[in-house]
Design a protein around this ligand. Structure first.
Ligand code: BGC
Length: 550
């Protein structure tokens, strides 16, 4: 079977506005990103997921779109976007866009027309209620910032539904004109060279909302329709769903039949594994991961998980019990200001792990070894920190730190003109943490990350093979799992605690005489034929190739 690019990809998520400014206006832009493609190419990433780039009032970091067919003027032009996809393609890098179509901005011309004229063609593109809905205060997503999901609009003389903030009215997905328009929008960006879409808030898009109806039924044929339309247009384009749903509700996002091939979105963020990985790291105990991997939902053929440790939102721990969440909070977000919505953490990974290089390596080696396609957020490769003086989720959206200096090489504008302040103070400020310094240092985290991305690409079994936990007695902090795929078999050992250990794995099925380490945290004796007495440093990791068939 042909390799599918998304199963062997390394995805890098970035905000264009915070990455690199090319024209000195204090905002990152597409030309700036183009200038940094060689950096990304050397890093070894093969796909960029761009957070929203469309014209927007930016009241929710662009997740409030005012024109789906445009590029926000601060970020560039449509011409710049076409230049980006071309320049990226030349380097073997694909571009995936955020598709935010659960809602629009209330400044979108569709909503302006809908609210101001009951006879408007766009009136029925949104979800209205003439009466005050009984469930008006239910189903909010950002507790503390948002206290209702229906708001009365004076101009319209009616209530409108908004799953998120009140300035984000939900589109009415029961309306076939809406469906047809969004399909056209996807086609437009594919034509400009995009390789797919991250479907923002997917479960909510599918909901057929009506006042007082809870839970609203979901129409999954929308995903099938999108899949057909996008794949018809660009055969290897992909859909990646953001769907933080319980295990029983997962497969339907990927396929209409659990035993059939994927015919909806090809990819799904692994919101089930993510909190378990953090719990395991907090407790220094592999058990939560063993449990997660052995009970993992099996996706329809061709369906793929996207793994992550941190993303652009809060680290959502709502799937853990109170006790488990308490353990993660205590370990990684001890102060109140580090937490959000009573359920999450608004920090970057490096400070969560106290800047301990060994733990940072362990955490990312572990993520990259989990079943699926790894997704990394910009700046993680150099160990950037957060700015807790910024409100809410802004804390982890500070400009990329390219070098030392007042604007960290992000922009030639004055520091006060920047889209967000550069992190300057403390152990994670631009003086201590920046790309240029790390490029000069062969032992830097950046150089290590480059090695990681290339190692995972040389271990395609992780993206395409079958994962199983190795069932032998092990010290509690050690996770041992393996992948078997058409190209061979690999064994992955991770020690989640700081005490060195020795593990006995024994001879494994499918193992050739030539087992050898492919990614390690330090020098180890070769694994030998029996995999006995294998040393593992504190926070150590060893990826061992057991066999290679191709
Ligand atoms: C995104 C958030 C955004 C929200 C509303 C979420 O799914 O990840 O960043 O605020 O959607 O669009």
């Amino acid at each position: 079977m042909l390799a599918r690019w998304y199963q062997e990809a390394v995805i890098y998520c970035l905000e264009v506005g915070s990455f690199q400014d090319s024209n000195g206006d204090g905002h990152g832009d597409l030309q700036g990103l183009i200038a940094r493609l060689d950096y990304l190419s050397r890093l070894g990433v093969t796909c960029l997921w761009l957070n929203p780039i469309h014209p927007s009032p930016w009241r929710d970091n662009g997740y409030d779109v005012a024109d789906y067919y445009g590029v926000d003027p601060r970020l560039g032009t449509l011409g710049d976007f076409a230049a980006l996809t071309r320049a990226a393609r030349e380097r073997g890098i694909r571009i995936v866009l955020d598709l935010v179509v659960n809602h629009t901005s209330d400044e979108h011309p569709w909503f302006r027309s809908a609210r101001s004229d009951p006879g408007s063609f766009y009136r029925d593109w949104y979800v209205w209620s003439a009466e005050e809905p009984s469930d008006r205060r239910q189903g909010t997503v950002f507790p503390g910032e948002q206290d209702e999901t229906w708001t009365f609009d004076e101009t319209a003389g009616a209530w409108y539904f908004h799953r998120f903030y009140r300035f984000q009215p939900d589109l009415n997905w029961s309306n076939h004109a809406v469906r047809a328009e969004i399909a056209r929008i996807m086609g437009f960006w594919l034509e400009l060279g995009a390789s797919g879409f991250r479907i923002d808030a997917a479960p909510f898009v599918l909901e057929q909302t009506a006042p007082g109806v809870d839970p609203a039924p979901k129409d999954f044929t929308i995903l099938e329709h999108w899949r057909q339309e996008t794949q018809w247009q660009v055969g290897d384009s992909v859909l990646l769903c953001e769907a933080n749903v319980p295990p029983s509700d997962v497969t339907v996002f990927v396929g209409s039949r659990p035993d059939g091939p994927t015919d909806r979105a090809q990819m799904l963020f692994d919101f089930l594994l993510n909190p378990k990985a953090w719990l395991a790291l907090a407790r220094q105990d592999a058990e939560p991961l063993v449990e997660a991997l052995t009970t993992a939902v099996k996706l329809p053929a061709g369906g793929q998980w996207a793994t992550f440790l941190r993303n652009h939102d809060e680290l959502d721990l709502s799937r853990l019990t109170d006790e488990q969440r308490g353990d993660v909070f205590r370990a990684f977000a001890p102060r109140d200001e580090m937490r959000l919505y009573g359920r999450g953490i608004r920090r970057r990974l490096a400070p969560m792990l106290r800047g301990d290089r060994r733990r940072i390596e362990l955490a990312y080696a572990l993520q990259f070894s989990l079943p699926g396609t790894p997704v990394v957020r910009y700046g993680e490769e150099i160990g950037m920190g957060e700015d807790l003086s910024l409100p809410g989720r802004e804390a982890i959206r500070t400009p990329m730190q390219w070098e030392d200096g007042p604007t960290a090489g992000f922009s030639s504008a004055a520091p006060a003109e920047l889209v967000r302040p550069v992190l300057r103070r403390g152990a994670y400020g631009a003086k201590q943490v920046n790309v240029r310094t790390q490029q000069r240092d062969p032992n830097s985290l950046l150089r290590w990350f480059e090695n990681l991305t290339h190692s995972v690409r040389e271990a395609p079994e992780i993206g395409t093979g079958t994962c199983s936990v190795v069932d032998v007695p092990l010290p509690r902090p050690v996770l041992a799992h393996r992948f078997d795929g058409p190209t061979g078999a690999i064994l992955l050992l991770h020690n989640l605690a700081d005490a060195p250990v020795t593990v006995d794995i024994g001879r494994l099925p499918g193992m050739s005489a030539e087992a050898s380490d492919i990614l390690v945290d330090g020098p180890y004796d070769p694994p030998g034929r029996q995999l006995r007495g294998l040393a593992l440093n504190g926070w150590g990791y060893r990826w061992i190739r057991l066999s290679r068939t191709a």
